[in-house]
Ligand binder design. Structure first.
Ligand SMILES: [Cu+2]
Length: 160
């Protein structure tokens, strides 16, 4: 065999680059996992535990994203003129300006974690009612969801 020349080393190098590029593309099932890919959002599992007071309520849901990254920038609803995004850190909650929806990932709002915080309620929602909530995303625009009001102690089934 001939000694490996400069040319073959270069080829080896570019083959490695191509392999790396293929690996990156492989992250997305359709190869569209780059930052500019369109987000494909789906909201599931939305609910509001029936509030015990008429001053405050919480809301939960899951955003599943099968496309590129997006950001939940704000939330509005006729139920509240003071609706904010909260996270829970070390048992205490903090207001957040926005939440990232990762590419090919999920953003979870769940009891004990992230939640919507409805204050200054326009009325006290009752079990069985549906609260209309508009989720505003940086790229996907506005998605309106009907958030069903469940019992005060409702916990969603997980792991489906
Ligand atoms: Cu809160």
């Amino acid at each position: 065999m001939r000694r490996p020349g400069r040319r073959s080393r270069l080829l080896t190098g570019s083959a490695a680059l191509i392999a790396a590029a293929l690996t990156l593309a492989g992250c997305g099932s359709d190869g569209s996992s780059d930052a500019s890919a369109k987000p494909e959002l789906k909201v599931t599992g939305a609910y509001m535990p029936a509030p015990s007071m008429d001053t405050m309520a919480a809301g939960f849901f899951t955003v599943t994203n099968s496309g590129g990254a997006d950001t939940l920038t704000s939330v509005t609803s006729d139920l509240s003129h003071d609706l904010t995004l909260h996270s829970t850190k070390g048992g205490s909650m903090e207001e957040e300006k926005s939440f990232k929806v990762p590419a090919k990932g999920t953003l979870d709002f769940a009891s004990g974690g992230n939640h919507l915080m409805f204050e200054k309620l326009t009325h006290k929602p009752k079990q069985g009612e549906k609260v209309s909530v508009e989720l505003h995303f940086a790229k996907s625009g506005t998605m309106t969801i009907a958030m069903p009001v469940k019992s005060a102690t409702y916990t969603p089934k997980t792991g489906h």
